[in-house]
Design a protein around this ligand. Sequence first.
Ligand SMILES: [Zn+2]
Length: 349
Amino acid sequence: MKKLLIPVFSVFLLLSCETRNVSNTLQNSNLTESNIKGDKAFLSAYKMINADELKKNLYVIASDEMEGRDTGSKGQKKAGEYIINYYKNLKISYPKGLDSYYQKVPSEYMKKKGGETLPDSENILAFIEGSEKPDEIVVVSAHYDHVGIKKGVIYNGADDDGSGTVAVMEIAKAFQKAKQEGKGPKRSILFLHVTGEEHGLFGSEYYTDYPVFPLANTVADLNIDMIGRDDPENRGKQYVYVIGSDMLSSQLKIINETSNKRTNNLELNYKYDDPNDSQRLYYRSDHYNFAKNNVPVAFFFDGIHEDYHKPTDDVDKIDYLLLEKRTQLIFATAWELANRHDRIVIDKN
Ligand SMILES: [Zn+2]
């Protein structure tokens, strides 16, 4: 999650933001059509997502060895190699048309966008091709960079965004399991690990400037940035903040809510689901680059907690069971987006 950089005066102007809460009743039963047929396959894949494996991967991704994964650093590249080896072991390849899992994000590009000189870096792309509509793409994204080392102290970024990184990996594993059992997704799924988020959402901006698949064929982006903790307002609760899910497509919000009801029934908190909210979260992670290109998005987030962007954002503070439940929700939503008969439509602007 990128830091908030807005002039102080506008904070005062916007401070009176109101809290919006859930409750959208779900009436349209055919929104879950694909799951009726695919229930068995769905359940066996869904059960693959578990806290132990999320933990195992996170203990590597957010270890000191990765040196806080700053964009283009040695530590980030090492984390990237771990991610790629994970996909290789699962026999999940990269998109056709690329010659590896990497999409290079050049230093010059990031300098032009943000004025900072950063080393060349890479997005990492893993891909499962759809069985019926391979040209329609569902993106599941998370950034794997963090803020590196400052004054000799490593910022491990276990929640930000180690949690999203391992969630994407786990969701990929579940889809691959279904595919191996003959129930691969009908649409294609791109597992997108972006770089340069903390410096300015550069990896996702690069991807949407130079998409590997046409954005017009991109059904939605489910973006995961910090889902392993709780914030002071929600201590101990089973919840997740959802942002942006009905900004472009009302169906996406309904599908996410339906998927939630049939899985862990978390409290879906829409407090920040407003582009004018003072925290401006709609603009602060990688989904925004998809949304601005008219691709429907849903952003999953746990809130601003006391270790946000501190060296204490560590693996021992993650609630792994909550991370598991949130990951299962996102998997269920991706499953529906990928398998339903009709692609979701854009009905808002
Ligand atoms: Zn961050």
